[in-house]
Design a protein around this ligand. Structure first.
Ligand code: ACO
Ligand code: ZN
Length: 225
């Protein structure tokens, strides 16, 4: 077993004996053969999924010190579409999304954040939409048990009034070990700039569909600033 690849997690009691794999981010118990087997399986599939060899005709829409953003469009060559599908599958797996079909594949724009190490560490799937329903802010009772239940079930209260929107973010995902470095923020900035030719979309014109607790925290913060 490759020990360099692992580090002991210091999250205390709850994760006692658990380790987190530095390459695939999975947290597991090394003492459990089942866990280890599961890890090996996930590890290989994940690393293969996020591997980005690079394409001759890739569409680079932004470049940064720590990577670049590549856009894949529905009419792109098969290998690009295949990669977009593979990454979407990984993301859906992590998000627990069961329905794999997208509303309208011909209108999908997939954005990858590719690291300098040639790994896809961020993915954003955007669709053209006409309207959205605003998620209503919850009553301000921090730490109430109710709130946790709501967050857990992703049962946000939504407004009944449709509002015009142009771009729906159907998935946004950043590799667990690369979060809080502004990768999601930079992907959304780029979407706003490239989704509709010649326009810079306002935050009102983009909508996040069915957000997870992480997604909601990010979107709330992003749309305020
Ligand atoms: N908790 C609190 N605030 C957060 C969080 C969080 N988990 N994530 C982002 N923010 C806020 C912060 O204010 C942050 O700025 P700061 O780090 O300077 O404080 C700001 O949003 C910008 O965050 P980024 O660094 O750009 O976000 P990141 O690259 O970490 O990606 C994301 C955020 C995509 C939600 C990531 O946590 C993730 O992949 N989570 C798992 C998948 C997921 O739940 N995706 C959303 C699904 S919903 C949908 O797809 C429509
Ligand atoms: Zn691993």
């Amino acid at each position: 077993k490759d020990c360099k690849d692992q580090m002991i997690i210091d999250a205390g009691q709850k994760h006692f004996g658990a380790i987190i794999c530095k390459s695939c981010g999975m947290i597991y118990t090394a003492a459990s053969p089942e866990d280890e087997a599961q890890h090996i399986q996930h590890h290989q599939r994940f690393l293969e999924g996020i591997r980005y060899a690079g394409w001759k005709k890739e569409r680079v829409v932004a470049e940064f010190w720590d990577g670049k953003i590549v856009l894949v469009l529905p009419d792109d060559p098969k290998y690009a579409i295949k990669k977009a599908e593979d990454v979407r599958e990984l993301v859906d797996n992590e998000l627990g999304f069961k329905q794999t079909a997208l509303n309208c594949p011909s209108k999908i724009k997939t954005y990858f954040f590719v690291s300098n190490e040639k790994k896809i560490i961020g993915c954003l799937i955007a669709e053209q939409i006409k309207q959205a329903f605003r998620v209503l802010s919850e009553p301000n009772v921090p730490q109430s048990p109710n709130r946790d239940i709501l967050q857990h079930h992703r049962a946000w209260r939504c407004s009944a009034k449709p509002e015009a929107a142009i771009c729906g973010v159907s998935r946004i995902w950043v590799f667990s070990l690369m979060r809080r470095r502004g990768i999601a923020r930079r992907m959304v900035d780029v979407v706003r700039n490239t989704f509709m030719y010649g326009c810079y979309l306002s935050t009102d014109e983009i909508a996040f569909s069915d957000p997870t607790p992480d997604g909601k925290l990010f979107a709330t913060k992003y749309c305020q600033t």
